[in-house]
Design a protein around this ligand. Structure first.
Ligand code: GAP
Length: 523
């Protein structure tokens, strides 16, 4: 097992043990790739949503929210292209009986070549020491140049088979690359077939095609069909955006890697309506803005990278992913798509209703273009959890497990402890708790020694612990202990609210993001 596999396994076990994520319907042995969020998980999830909503809706005068239904008129999915084109190419291995996405097999193969390049760079760093120039090494080392060439060739073949939908050529590519099944190790593959990812169900009691509907595979369409409603009732002028958080469903061929790829998941999407012809500028704007949203969390800029799509989705004229360094490598966390007028134009065609914008400056009607930002909430949750999980060896030789979650996202912001369960300390501690819980999510603990209570709070990522002791009864002060440094200081109870508020608010993340954006403009 690699170090990364081991880390990932520990994160999954920790998520269950400390009430973040449980396998769904576990008493019946669970349901494949379906998970429930526990008492701490739901808080973390809500805090991520708050951060997104605040930075997208509250901080933009021209972006408003929406909460559309999951069920939609079935023609929506004809117009959006999902009935005809929302397919993944699948392939089975005859020996292991396992099913794979053919494009993912090829992408994983490319990932292995990329890993070899990174290993070469590490070797180079060791060999050349201080004089090492990574940029020069990457552009001159013959092994790296050869491997980059291999990647480019495979990517261009993958792009071609995806664009031409040539399934026989897809199978040839897998055979030629000698890709083996990770389970059986064999190359005994079936042909490649297309598989539609939408979940169908029936509305009401009448069976048959007329009542067939779909669980939405993206939240975006709920925004498009409400474009006119919001534009008119909100008197919105271009450019403007509509943001939405909600569930989406996809019958994924392979759901795996814990909550990374599920069949029921949540998306945070924003559709930004713009004047045709301005899409390139807005694409760059949203790429930069969304990247800074991620970087503001403080995990390090090197944990993210852009990846241009090899094959554009049926609706896009430009698209990229923000990838995050998950424990299993760089993978898609968020998509930024220039969707042109594909969706609004098609809804206009299929509904027969005019879906246009009157541009008073140009005295002209047109179908707006759309720039989309789309992030998976569950993936964001996994990114935060996996990057925050740390095992630390302490000076006294003991070990602690701590979730170094950015304070604004932590499920519990403060834990309040009485030093002892007597002498009026619990009563005083509850007074402190009652003040703090008006502002932030708090916990009260009086069981076990203080050290043990600290460990329990570290394990769920609580940034501050407040201890009430005998001195508190005389001078109205308490000890506050910070999670990461474990430093303690004395503070007056009447200063606590502000002290904690300043450090755990979503506002601090958004302000940090603004600073990063300002610096990016200056440099
Ligand atoms: N409206 C555009 C759209 O849905 P997408 O790239 O298919 O684009 C957007 O999905 C985001 O949704 C992804 O970047 C990912 O974070 C999340 N996502 C997609 N499929 C998912 C799945 N099966 N499980 C969890 N998250 C998923």
């Amino acid at each position: 097992m690699t170090k990364q596999d081991d880390h990932f396994k520990k994160v999954i076990a920790h998520a269950k043990e400390f009430g973040f994520v449980f396998p769904s319907s576990e008493i019946y042995d669970g349901l494949s790739a379906t998970y429930d969020y526990g008492q701490n998980g739901v808080e973390l999830k809500n805090n991520i949503k708050d951060y997104w909503w605040m930075s997208m809706v509250q901080m933009h005068d021209n972006i408003v929210g929406l909460d559309a239904a999951i069920f939609m008129h079935p023609t929506t999915w004809k117009a959006s292209g999902h009935i005809d084109a929302f397919n993944d190419p699948l392939i089975d291995n005859r020996d292991s009986k396992k099913r794979y996405r053919a494009d993912v097999l090829v992408e994983d193969f490319i990932g292995k070549i990329q890993d070899k390049i990174e290993k070469e760079v590490i070797k180079g760093k060791k060999r050349f020491g201080e004089e090492f120039s990574e940029k020069e090494f990457r552009s001159t080392n013959p092994n790296i140049i050869r491997r980059k060439g291999q990647i480019e060739e495979i990517e261009s073949r993958l792009k071609l088979v995806l664009e031409t939908n040539d399934l026989a050529a897809f199978k040839d590519l897998i055979d030629e690359l000698g890709i083996v099944c990770p389970i059986s190790g064999s190359k005994n593959w079936t042909e490649v077939r297309q598989f539609n990812l939408m979940f169908g169900t029936e509305l009401g009691s009448v069976a048959g095609e007329a009542s067939k509907i779909y669980l939405r595979p993206e939240t975006a369409q709920g925004i498009f069909v409400n474009y006119l409603n919001v534009q008119k009732t909100g008197r919105m002028k271009l450019p403007f955006g509509i943001a939405q958080i909600g569930k989406a469903f996809r019958n994924e061929i392979v759901a795996r890697q814990f909550i990374f790829r599920m069949r029921e998941f949540e998306q945070m999407e924003m559709q930004f309506f713009i004047k045709p012809g301005t899409q390139k500028d807005w694409y760059e704007y949203w790429k930069k803005t969304r990247m800074k949203w991620h970087e503001s969390l403080g995990f390090g800029a090197d944990q993210y990278r852009f990846h241009d799509h090899i094959k554009l989705a049926h609706y896009a004229d430009a698209a990229c992913d923000i990838e995050f360094k998950f424990p299993f490598g760089f993978k898609e966390l968020e998509g930024i798509h220039s969707r042109t007028d594909f969706d609004l134009g098609n809804h206009e065609k299929f509904s027969g209703k005019k879906i246009q914008y009157f541009d008073a400056e140009q005295n002209q009607n047109y179908v707006p273009y759309v720039l989309e930002t789309s992030i998976g909430l569950d993936r964001m949750f996994l990114a935060v959890l996996s990057k925050s999980f740390c095992e630390e060896l302490l000076d006294d030789g003991t070990q602690r497990v701590v979730l170094k979650i950015p304070p604004a996202l932590a499920p519990v912001k403060v834990a309040v402890f009485p030093l002892l369960k007597k002498d009026g300390l619990p009563e005083k501690a509850k007074q402190v708790l009652n003040i703090l819980k008006l502002d932030v999510n708090c916990q009260y603990e009086e069981k076990d020694a203080i050290g043990k209570r600290y460990r329990r709070q570290d394990a769920i990522g609580t940034p501050y612990c407040v201890t009430v002791d005998h001195e508190s009864l005389n001078d109205n002060s308490v000890t506050i202990r910070e999670r990461d440094s474990m430093k303690q200081e004395r503070i007056a109870i009447d200063k606590l609210q502000k002290y904690i508020g300043d450090r755990v608010s979503t506002k601090s993340l958004v302000q940090n993001m603004d600073r990063l954006l300002e610096n990016a403009v200056l440099n």
